[in-house]
Design a protein around this ligand. Structure first.
Ligand code: ADP
Ligand code: MG
Length: 349
């Protein structure tokens, strides 16, 4: 398609080479292992699911100023954009295979920025076993935008859904919760009482999520419902409850917090709300029958993924919508001023 604003067509473009040169130089090398990508020298890529498998697809965009900060290192921007998508696949039980990359570049972008961005992708391709198979490259008058679409595979008919959990199922979450939200707050200056090492650690959790790709596919046949925690634990658990038509009762004291998050909250208890309702965790929350606890512990160990049981699902109160209750050590429910990140409306849901 002819685009008046394609960098290569616009005489006012900056110092970047044409998008064709950029693709050949920086992106084609990331596609060379995948035969159906045709070296990014055709219009499309071709991908066949493995026998007995279905493709699972997801796209997620990273917008500078919304999901990443303007001075975030380009390799980390790339890796975060890819990992956000891999996290969704993992939460659905899908093993990652390939991804497409739509890159909207402000004219001031430098070639060094793109080189570093591509190096970040190469690093994560090696770590997660995925290949770039296509995309689009454009100049934009707006902020830098990186849209990635990831493709994964599950055995046909076995994708993990948000619905399907049963009353009495136990609730589990991977990793630790709230680090990224506390890290972002610290990067924005709300770091009072935190030592520099904790700030750096929390900021790293914000910039470089750890998608649970090893555990996710192993949850098929074990978890009754699952989703990735990207908009805050309380809000995302609410989505599972809504889809499964169940209440969640979470034991607040069991929610896994990192030492840095604990220190931050000890310093200012209001930070607990940020931790439990902030976004960008990219962990998996899932339900499973209590009898599966042993299996889950074994999977956690085999995949080196921390997994913590945090509560139970129960039939909802008659006439009331499904709800998430987080209880403190005395059994009293926490009251949150917000339940999660939303882009529209009031900003915080
Ligand atoms: P079109 O003109 O149809 O938009 P392009 O010339 O932009 O096609 O793309 C040529 C080839 O390069 C296609 O195979 C496309 O998938 C691939 N491609 C373009 N941009 C990227 C990118 N940022 N990352 C990966 N592949 C890309
Ligand atoms: Mg194009």
């Amino acid at each position: 398609m002819v685009q008046a604003s394609d960098a290569g067509d616009d005489p006012s473009a900056g110092t970047l080479p044409s998008e064709f040169a950029l693709i050949a130089r920086y992106f084609a090398p990331l596609a060379r292992r995948f035969p159906g990508a045709y070296g990014l020298r055709d219009d499309v890529a071709v991908i066949a699911p493995s026998p007995g498998a279905e493709l699972v697809v997801k796209s997620d965009a990273v917008i500078c100023g919304v999901h990443v900060l303007p001075d975030d290192p380009p390799d980390l921007v790339a890796r975060k954009a890819l990992r956000m998508n891999l996290s969704d696949l993992a939460a659905k039980g899908a093993a990652p295979r390939a991804y497409l990359l739509d890159l909207m570049l402000p004219r001031a972008t430098t070639e060094e920025w793109i080189a570093s961005f591509a190096r970040g992708l190469a690093q994560d391709q090696a770590e997660f076993g995925v290949d770039l198979i296509g995309g689009d490259t454009d100049a934009t008058p707006g902020p830098l935008t990186v849209a990635i679409m990831a493709l994964g595979e599950v055995p046909a008919g076995r994708v993990l859904r948000r619905g399907g959990a049963c009353a009495g199922d136990a609730l589990f979450v991977t990793g630790t919760i709230g680090d990224a939200a506390l890290g972002l707050a610290a990067l924005r200056g709300a770091a009072s009482g935190l030592d520099p090492a904790s700030v750096a650690w929390l900021a790293d959790r914000y910039r470089l999520p750890q998608p649970r790709v090893a555990l996710g596919p192993r949850l098929i046949g074990v978890a009754t419902a699952a989703l990735d925690v990207s908009d805050g634990l309380v809000a995302d658990l609410g989505h599972l409850c809504e889809a499964s038509n169940l209440d969640a009762i979470v034991d607040g004291g069991r929610i896994p917090l990192s030492p840095a998050a604990r220190a931050a909250i000890a310093n200012d208890p209001a930070r607990l709300t940020i931790a439990l309702t902030g976004g960008d965790d990219y962990e998996i929350v899932f339900a499973a029958p209590p009898a599966a606890c042993g299996t889950i512990a074994a999977l956690a160990e085999a995949t080196r993924t921390p997994v913590t049981e945090i509560g139970r699902l129960a039939a909802p109160q008659p006439g009331a919508p499904p709800a998430v209750t987080v209880r403190d050590s005395s059994g009293a429910p926490y009251a949150f001023s917000s339940t999660g990140w939303t882009h529209f409306g009031r900003g915080r849901g």
